[in-house]
Design a binder for this molecule. Sequence first.
Ligand code: ADP
Ligand code: MG
Length: 485
Amino acid sequence: MKKDQYLIEKNGNNYEVVIGLEVHAQVLSNSKLFSNSATKFGSEPNTQVSLVDAAFPGMLPVINEFCIRQAVKTGIGLNAKINKKSIFDRKNYFYADLPQGYQISQYKDPIVGEGSIVLDLPSGPKTIGIERLHLEQDAGKSIHDIDPSSTLVDLNRSGVALMEIVSKPDLRSPEEVNLYIKKLRSIMRYLGTCDGNMQEGSLRADVNVSVRKLGSDKFGTRCEIKNVNSIKFMQMAIEYEANRQAELLEEGGIIDQETRLFDTKKNQTRSMRSKEDAHDYRYFPDPDLLPLEFDDQFIEDIKSEIPELPDQKKDRFIEKFKLSPYEATILVSDLETSKYFEKVIKNSDVKLSANWITGELFALLNEKNIEIDQSPISPENLSKLINLISDGTISGKIAKTLFVEMSKGDKDPKKIVEEKGLKQQSDPKELEKIIDKVILDNPDNVQKYKSGKDKLFGFFVGQVMKASSGKANPKMVNDILKKKL
Ligand code: ADP
Ligand code: MG
């Protein structure tokens, strides 16, 4: 058993959790998958609905090439097989927010086949298999909480392109799910194929969970928890569901394969319906759409547009800048952070830059609850601050004060140093004066120090720093003090 393995214990029996995710990622595109309506989030209800999206009789879908390119791009980013021929099917079901009476999706022949995502676990990398990625349309939205006597329907989302990215059942803990979603989101953001905004519903997942006795090589029966829209909720739902299943098995019960809902208020899952099978949906190829076919050249063209992705960037950061894998992982996990870092190190020491960004800057962003591209301190000015430390103009301690000052409004740190007189005291004559006075003022401690109480050295350093209002160059203070004492 590995040390960091996630297990559920019941009556002394250990259960392993097995998880597979079906992630729905909204394609970053100005228009919908089969119509030219806009996809902008947060618009007035039913203002982005064409006759196609509202499924008026006689309307025909027209495929949006840009969305196809986005899906292929994502597939390449997931190291996946791109299928040169894929088919759009009708998935039939009835629901008030689905005016067509079916969803156009892909079933047996998806646009993207098997691929993989590498997770950076504390114990090392772990590869999670991707089963497939297919394209489908989103449904509209039923609104139950505006009118007390009826359900309202907003069709703005109807027809928006989604990529459904299905993982193999390779995930083994809530933490792995956290890393998986973050890595997938990061890859798609680098690619510009999905904004990954979970608050706006651009990324949500159906979470499949089963448990099995530790050591068993057969998977248990899974339950699918529908439409979970935050990583925290996914983790809570998995924890609840795994415990529920393990308990049931311990009591001699059996798990029904069913579709469940996660109730975020009660923090529990509950049964919604027994799992429907594919034949319940009566899938058949959509007669309004030809099979989607493209050639090698089409794929090659898209390949040539693929930017450097997080894993490659991480390798480069480790190789070229000698960062630790841990630092590199943090700095590449978000595209904007990696850009910020690269701007800072253009003119500054790499190690110091990494420390300041992952330390003070992250803390500041966290506190203000903002993203790095809204940082009140520009990369240029952080770079200047770091250089002031490197060249000995200011001490690390003063740098922190300066940083706080800069966070109140992006100001050139050099100017602040001049205005506030924060410059480090590095003139040996001046320092000697201060040190002489400290020695003169503390004859008792000098005596004790000389008779072997080495620890008192820190006391003298402290006194000098205090007398200089924290501005004395610590290294020089050390050197001079040693000599004088
Ligand atoms: P469906 O549409 O019926 O949900 P999919 O193939 O789209 O089927 O998705 C099945 C998902 O369930 C995949 O993510 C897969 O990894 C996962 N899965 C399959 N078997 C298990 C299992 N025993 N335990 C947990 N997850 C599973
Ligand atoms: Mg499913």
